[in-house]
Structures are given as C-alpha cells and as structure tokens.
Design a protein around this ligand. Structure first.
Ligand code: PNS
Length: 160
C-alpha cells in the first residue's frame, strides 16, 4: 500500500480539507498531513498554530492520520524524506485544475517516482476555501458550517 503526503497551507483547515483527508484515508493506510511553513502567500496563522489547529480539528472530527508535520522547501523533498510514494491534492472546481496540473508536472519532473493523486471534493465543499472562511469570519459572519468549532475559536481569537 503506497504511503501518501497531503500537503497544503491549511490556513486554517476547513471541512473541505477534512473531506479530502477522510477520502484519502480510505485509499492510503499511511497518510501524513504536511503544512508548508513558507507559502508564497501570507498566512494568518503561524506554522505552529496551523499544525496545532489541524491536529485538534482532526481529533474533534475523529479522523486519524499517521502524523501532522510542517515542512519548508520543496514538496518533493519532504515527500522523499518521509518515504512517500504519493502526493494527494483535492480538486474543487475547474479553477483549481491549471495550478494543480502545473504543480503536478513540475513535481513529476523533479521526482518522477512520486505520483500526484487528485481527489474530488464533495459538492457541498466545492466552493469552500480557507480564504473565504477568513473573510467571512473577519466580517462577522458565521463559519460554523465551514470549519470545526476549534477552528472557529482560533479565528475569533485572531480577529478580536
Ligand atoms: O494549500 P495550498 O496553498 O494550495 O498548498 C500549496 C502547496 C503547499 C502544495 C505548494 O505551495 C507547495 O508545494 N509548496 C512547496 C514548494 C514547492 O515544492 N514548489 C514547487 C512545486 S510547484
């Protein structure tokens, strides 16, 4: 059974990510969540905060993974370090495709032995993103249907 890495910014984790993690957990026995430390975009939460929030959200939703790690540098180097054969990414709408395609081909060029695997999100989360969640919360909206309670609490702490 191939071992997989599900990488992302997770700033913060949403039900959309959790949906992909659950799906990936049915395919891969050994799944690591990799939180990028230095994404190209500015993050609301620090890597340590994102890791803690992700771990607590997984616990609250009773979803088990092998471990949650943070990484810097190239994704394929992280995958190699943890002996992963697969990189998992979630796909929402068409708009995700171009970026994911570019990333998958770049990663294949850098490390041909690692396969990118794409999982379709549930229709109910196809519009959801961490950016939308942050914007709604910052503007005083309810994000209870988008993220677990622990994430909502952490967002409230940031914006209060
Ligand atoms: O959740 P995100 O922000 O869409 O995740 C993007 C991520 C972390 C997968 C991507 O930025 C990444 O792989 N960063 C590591 C740097 C890298 O390997 N770049 C070259 C591949 S395009």
């Amino acid at each position: 059974m191939p071992k997989a890495l599900y990488p992302g910014s997770f700033d913060p984790i949403t039900y959309g990510h959790l949906d992909i993690i659950e799906r990936a957990g049915k395919i891969f026995e050994d799944l690591i969540i990799g939180i990028v430390e230095n994404p190209r975009k500015e993050t609301l939460f620090t890597p340590t905060e994102r890791k803690e929030i992700t771990e607590r959200a997984l616990e609250a939703e009773e979803i088990s993974v092998s471990k949650v790690i943070t990484f810097s540098g190239l994704l394929v180097n992280c995958a190699e370090k943890y002996e992963r054969e697969s990189i998992v990414r979630g796909l929402r709408a068409n708009s995700d495709f171009e970026y994911e395609f570019q990333m998958a081909l770049t990663n294949r060029d850098l490390a041909p032995e690692i396969e990118s695997v794409f999982l379709m999100t549930s229709g109910e989360y196809s519009f959801l993103s961490s950016s939308i969640v942050k914007e709604v919360k910052e503007l005083g909206g309810d994000v209870g249907t988008f993220v677990p309670e622990i994430v909502e609490e952490k967002l409230a702490e940031k914006f209060n």
